[in-house]
Every structure is written in structure tokens, then in C-alpha cells.
Design a protein around this ligand. Structure first.
Ligand code: ZN
Length: 203
């Protein structure tokens, strides 16, 4: 070997050691947060479809996909129709700080104007933004919807979160066309796969 190729080989080995030692790459833990629950239906007053039902179903689908296809530890902030406070949700997330963990909060939107539709993604910090940038286009595609933007969010579950955290509004339950998709289990399976695909690309 020439000196140059020895140098190249050692450099490669060095990077390999660093990356394998720090566990960079795919996250080790994903905390999935289905919005609302229990007495908190989500959405707006008089809304036909309760948001809490579809957030929980989508979250459980995502949990199943990650558990079946990866060795990522999956934590749900709720897995039944129960009320969990925002503080409890962030406490669960923060107990995984330092564990190469991500936080994904799943919501569906509501508008006074029936015509409002599209996907919005909120993030808490620079690492959260990287996750948002992976998730957002995939959710738009899965729901055959439009882009309402990626925004820095001041929601408590993001603000008090020590993990890279996002909150995704995966379409409007108050828009007839979008509600038809959200209430269709095949769309929610596509949606869950979109989240999983993004999470696996995060590093
Ligand atoms: Zn919500």
C-alpha cells in the first residue's frame, strides 16, 4: 500500500469507529404522541369526526411498522382513548433525552372554513427541523394534499421538549375531501408508512 492509501484506510477506520461508537444514524428511540384523547376530542366544536380517534389509530400503525421492521424502541404517550396532559407527554419524551430519541406528535387540523386543507409541520429546534423536512413532503404525498408550510412551533409539547420534536397536522378533518381520506384506513396506513420512511432516513 502507498502512504496515501494507508492514510485513506486509517481515515475510513477512524470515521467508522466514531460513527459506530456514537450510534449516529438511525434513531434508537421514537416517542410517538397521538394528539388529544379522553374528554379532549381535538378539533373544533361541532366537528363531525373526532380528531383523537384518527391520531391514535395512525400512531398505532406507525408503532407497529417500526416495531415489525426495525429494532427502534417505540414509546407511545397514550395507546388507549385516555386523557394525557401536555406535561405528561413532554415528561415521557424528556425521560429519553440523551438516548438518540425523536418525538413525533400526530394531529389532524380543523378550520372554520370548510375549504381549508393541506399539511402543516411544526418543529422545536434545528434537529427538529431536519426531521420536519424529511416528514413533511412524505406526508403531503401520502395524503395527496398540499403544502401549508414547515413552521417553528410554540406548542408546549415542542417548547418543553428536549428531543428533536415535530408536530404534524396531517390534513383537515373539516374539509370533506381530506376527511374522506383521513377516515379511510388505507390512507392512514400510507400516512404511517410515510412517517416511518422519514424516521428511518433521519441521522
Ligand atoms: Zn390536534
Amino acid at each position: 500500500m502507498t502512504n496515501l492509501s494507508v492514510a485513506r484506510a486509517s481515515l475510513f477506520l477512524l470515521f467508522w469507529l466514531i460513527f459506530s461508537a456514537t450510534g449516529l444514524g438511525r434513531p434508537s428511540v421514537v416517542v410517538i404522541d397521538p394528539g388529544h384523547g379522553g374528554h379532549d376530542r381535538g378539533g373544533i366544536q361541532g366537528q363531525r369526526f373526532p380528531e383523537k380517534v384518527f391520531t391514535l389509530d395512525t400512531a398505532k400503525r406507525l408503532a407497529r411498522i417500526l416495531r415489525n421492521d426495525t429494532d427502534i424502541k417505540v414509546v407511545l404517550t397514550r395507546d388507549t382513548d385516555t386523557f394525557v396532559s401536555l406535561k405528561e407527554r413532554t415528561d415521557i419524551a424528556n425521560s429519553y433525552a440523551g438516548h438518540n430519541a425523536l418525538f413525533v406528535s400526530i394531529h389532524f387540523n380543523a378550520g372554520r372554513r370548510e375549504g381549508a386543507y393541506g399539511i402543516e409541520t411544526y418543529y422545536n429546534n434545528q434537529r427538529g427541523y431536519r426531521l420536519a423536512a424529511l416528514v413533511h413532503p412524505r406526508v403531503i404525498q401520502a395524503m395527496a394534499s398540499i403544502d401549508r408550510g414547515i413552521w417553528h412551533g410554540s406548542y408546549r409539547v415542542l417548547r418543553k421538549n428536549r428531543l428533536p420534536a415535530i408536530l404534524v397536522e396531517c390534513g383537515f378533518l373539516t374539509n370533506p375531501a381530506e376527511a374522506a381520506r383521513i377516515t379511510d384506513s388505507r390512507s392512514r396506513e400510507r400516512l404511517a408508512r410515510a412517517f416511518a420512511g422519514a424516521i428511518l432516513r433521519y441521522d
